[in-house]
Ligand binder design. Structure first.
Ligand SMILES: Cc1ncc(COP(=O)(O)O)c(C=O)c1O
Length: 449
């Protein structure tokens, strides 16, 4: 058997999969931040195009992918599913390890799967500019790439610490014609309010979201785009899991464990949602979400209604949250620093269909270095969290003498994160767990619904 399993372009899935059609539970509705009543679609129209609002609310099992989008997906899709044989040998494990390599996209991650879809639907409705936030810079560069494909302007509010740590992500966005600002900025009311409250702030995704939403709400020709969390984003990412299913069938593999890292939840959800209905029918398969101990949303947060941003401009979503006032420590996996998780993924977690584990950053970089030295590819710090779990599970297989099939989503490469690797190699990285008392304090500030 070849170690890389490819699909032809013709074999690329033609529709995205909506898990809501097969779940026995309804996702609790988003609430209006003003009235605290369920949100009506028209409230979302000022910031999102109608077609994406319809996808957000849809219960249809399949949503067809437009031809124009399939054509753009062909730039990097279908992505390979690769057997990590050299890692298996190094670990002396009887487990078979596969990774779905989403790092082959132009910006280097899974993020353009939804970025090009969102740019396409906005363009269809005559939108000229899209505003967004970015943590690690992966999402901002994906949206910059997508807007450029559709000749649209792109405004990115980048979390200040990442803006400083990742100058080359900014360069990518500039090459693809986007405007990038370190958030909090003094361009928006929310930004100015935040700067007054926390003048030395490193920024957070919650803050940057407030700024990007305000940019869209105040400009007629501008809509807002989110790179994770929302139902339509998870929907677009299911192309990853649908391809993986076809590739595992070619390899004659039946997976035992699916693993992915979680920031807002889009890469992991897109990867494993197509496998959930098998589990609902009784199949023995584990789904493991990996997060950082610096932002332990699933492992330490609560399943409650909360705002998606710091200022409270977004609808209230029922999700695992650390509280919208949570300001994370500046750990290097910028994309794992969001205070909440996708409501649909949270629902799946609440009903115990998936597990969650949190890791400290030094063991994560150690695992990523093992992967880089065996398989050759350098994982993004976010992806490295998944790699750590894969290695732990493979070692367990060795100890228990079990031949499991472990598959994980290699959500992105770390070519723009080398300063974080440098810090790890020179032993300057500090492990960090978000203190319990901070979590308790932020949870107390959650709105009562
Ligand atoms: C490479 C990579 N993986 C994972 C994530 C986490 O986001 P999500 O949980 O939405 O996939 C990010 C976020 O920026 C990322 O850049």
């Amino acid at each position: 058997m070849d170690s890389k399993i490819f699909l032809t372009e013709k074999e690329m899935p033609q529709a995205w999969y909506n898990l809501q059609a097969d779940l026995p539970w309804e996702v609790p509705p988003p609430m209006d931040p003003g009235t605290k009543e369920p949100l009506t679609p028209d409230k979302l129209y000022p910031i999102f195009p109608k077609s994406l609002v319809a996808q957000e609310m849809s219960r249809d099992r399949w949503v067809e992918i437009p031809d124009k989008l399939l054509d753009i997906y062909k730039i990097w899709r279908p992505t390979p599913l690769q057997r990590a044989e050299k890692l298996e040998k190094f670990l002396k494990t009887p487990a078979r390890i596969y990774y779905k390599n989403e790092s082959v996209s132009p910006p280097g991650s899974h993020k353009p799967n939804t970025a090009v879809a969102q740019a396409y639907y906005n363009k269809q409705e005559g939108v000229e500019r899209i505003s967004t936030e970015t943590g690690a810079g992966q999402w901002g560069s994906a949206l910059a790439f997508a807007c450029n494909m559709f000749d649209m302007e792109c405004i990115v509010y980048m979390v200040k610490i990442s803006y400083q740590q990742k100058p080359y992500r900014k360069s990518l966005m500039h090459i693809w014609n986007a405007d990038v600002y370190p958030s909090p900025t003094d361009r928006t009311e929310s930004g100015r309010m935040m700067l007054q409250k926390y003048p030395d702030s490193h920024g957070s995704l919650g803050m940057a979201i407030s700024e990007a939403v305000e940019e869209a709400a105040k400009n007629e020709n501008t809509k807002y785009s989110l790179g994770s969390v929302l139902n339509h984003v998870l929907l677009h990412q299911t192309i990853v899991g649908l391809e993986t299913q076809k590739q595992l069938a070619i390899a004659e593999e039946d997976p035992d464990i699916l693993i992915g890292c979680v920031g807002g939840g889009s890469n992991f959800a897109g990867f494993f949602f197509p496998f959930v209905s098998d589990k609902l029918k009784g199949k023995d398969i584990r789904f493991i979400a990996i997060e950082s101990t610096a932002c332990p949303t699933f492992t330490k947060g609560q399943y409650r209604y909360d705002y998606g941003d710091t200022v409270g401009l977004t609808p209230l979503l029922k999700m695992y949250t650390l509280g919208h006032n949570f300001v994370p420590a500046p750990i290097h996996a910028g994309g794992l620093r969001y205070h909440g998780d996708a409501p649909l993924l949270s629902l799946v977690a609440h009903h115990k269909l998936m597990e969650a584990v949190a890791y400290q950053q030094n063991p994560v970089f150690e695992a990523a270095s093992i992967f880089a030295r065996t398989e050759g590819i350098i994982p993004a710090p976010e992806t490295a969290h998944a790699v750590k779990c894969v290695i732990d599970e493979a070692i367990k297989c060795r100890e228990e003498k079990k031949e499991k099939c472990i598959v994980f989503n290699f959500s992105g490469h770390g070519h723009f994160d080398l300063s974080s690797y440098d810090k790890y190699l020179s032993k300057e990285l500090k492990d960090y767990a978000h203190p319990e008392e901070e979590i308790e304090k932020a949870i107390k500030e959650l709105p009562q619904i």
